[in-house]
Design a protein around this ligand. Structure first.
Ligand code: ADP
Ligand code: MG
Length: 267
């Protein structure tokens, strides 16, 4: 098997067996190739975060299987998976330790997937490495090594979180609307940075976005989730040429539903 990630017949339910049962994922089958940069869209509540939580291991899997590089990780714990799977969330506060400095956060990132409780001590030999890595972000953060993360802006924190997620190359990076909390200008900066890091490190990426235009602009493959299933999966040449009207037409053809453009954009 050459797939980085393979998901087989994944189902997720909330409050299963109650009157409030919510069958969120309804048989997801998906295989990602090495180097795939997949953008993921879908309306509010479509199950995008649930899918990411299933892959990362924060949500247990009772139905279906997940393989990473051919290894069955379905029952693997979050911490174990974190060695190979890194994650960036919507909330800039989630990715970094607020009381620690920039360099201490980066030192922690070097230990991703190792047991908690290790010190965030910064080895002298790593300082230069962190500095050069920060400089590649192009935001002047290489001058802020000793600054507490909590003093930085949301955009700066997301940039650092991205760097932390790639400092040790992950087999897969999961991005969950990681620019949604930023203003449009900062969002564009962080998106460009995301693309740069993904390309430079030849990462396999799975990026949820609420922004249909970003979903079309970035990546080599686009997936749309609808009612717990993959309603659109377009890659390669077809993805490169994709426009918003094409996407709406594809969605309609595959799902039999009409979908207003703005509904997706708001999703
Ligand atoms: N921990 C949870 N407990 C109960 N319901 C949940 C939980 N997480 C998500 N849901 C529900 O599952 C559905 C999908 O949520 P989510 O995956 O967060 O959607 P998306 O990220 O596409 O907006 C929603 O109806 C949401 O209310
Ligand atoms: Mg979500």
């Amino acid at each position: 098997m050459n797939n980085i990630l393979e998901i087989r017949n994944l189902h997720q339910y909330f409050e299963r067996g109650t009157v409030n049962e919510n069958h969120v994922l309804r048989g997801i089958d998906l295989a990602l190739n090495d180097g795939d940069f997949v953008t993921v869209i879908g309306g509010n509540g479509a199950g995008k975060s649930t899918l990411l939580n299933s892959i990362a291991g924060t949500l247990p899997i009772r139905e279906g299987e997940i393989f990473l590089n051919g290894q069955n990780i379905t029952q693997q714990k979050v911490q174990q998976r974190a060695k190979n799977i890194s994650r960036v969330f919507q909330d800039p506060k989630m990715g970094t330790a607020v009381r620690l400095t920039v360099e201490e956060n980066l030192a922690l990132a070097l230990k991703r997937g190792e047991k908690r409780g290790l010190s965030a001590g910064v080895k002298a030999k790593n300082k230069d490495f962190f500095k050069t890595q920060l400089a590649t972000l192009g935001l002047g953060l290489e001058e802020r090594l000793a600054a507490e993360i909590g003093l930085l802006s949301g955009g700066q924190r997301q940039a650092i979180t991205l760097l932390m997620a790639t400092l040790v190359k992950p087999q897969l990076i999961l991005l969950d609307e990681h620019t949604a909390a930023l203003d449009p200008k900062t969002s564009a900066v962080v998106m460009n940075l995301t693309e740069k890091l993904i390309n430079e490190h030849h990462l396999t990426a799975f990026m949820v976005t609420h922004n249909m235009e970003d979903a079309i602009r970035y990546g080599n493959r686009l997936i749309m989730l609808h009612q717990g299933k993959i309603a659109v999966d377009v890659a390669g040449e077809a993805k490169a040429k994709l426009t918003v009207p094409d996407l709406l037409e594809l969605f309609q053809k595959n799902s039999g539903n009409e979908l207003a453009d703005d509904k997706l954009l708001l999703g």
